[in-house]
Ligand binder design. Structure first.
Ligand code: FES
Length: 104
């Protein structure tokens, strides 16, 4: 499995860390950080594929705009900015249930 590098961190991650998987690539994540933090550190700016087939990126960073929804452990529409990373978490960006299930 390929690995992602955290090239956009402002400061290095500190404390206990573990792997999560983003789009079939492993990356280190620290306990207590949000999934949005990991996505931004790995230069993911287009995060969500909305129901109008438009790509969106995080806007508010605090759970209000709903522009950061991703698929986490096979559950659609999880807000990355409100989700704390967990060991072995799997994440898909640009996923959309309606598109994947052929619902219009
Ligand atoms: S960035 Fe606005 S809800 Fe997550």
């Amino acid at each position: 499995m390929k690995s992602l590098k955290r090239t956009k961190d402002i400061t290095p991650i500190l404390g206990a860390s573990f792997n999560i998987t983003i789009n079939n690539q492993q990356v280190r994540a620290a306990a207590g950080e949000t999934l949005l933090s990991v996505l931004l550190a790995t230069d993911h700016k287009r995060i969500m594929n909305n129901d109008h087939h438009r790509h969106c990126g995080a806007y508010c960073g605090m759970g209000v705009c709903h522009c950061c929804q991703v698929k986490v452990n096979d559950q659609f529409k999880q807000r990355a900015c409100q989700t704390l990373v967990q060991p072995n978490m799997t994440v898909e960006t640009l996923s959309n249930r309606f598109c994947e299930e052929g619902i219009k």
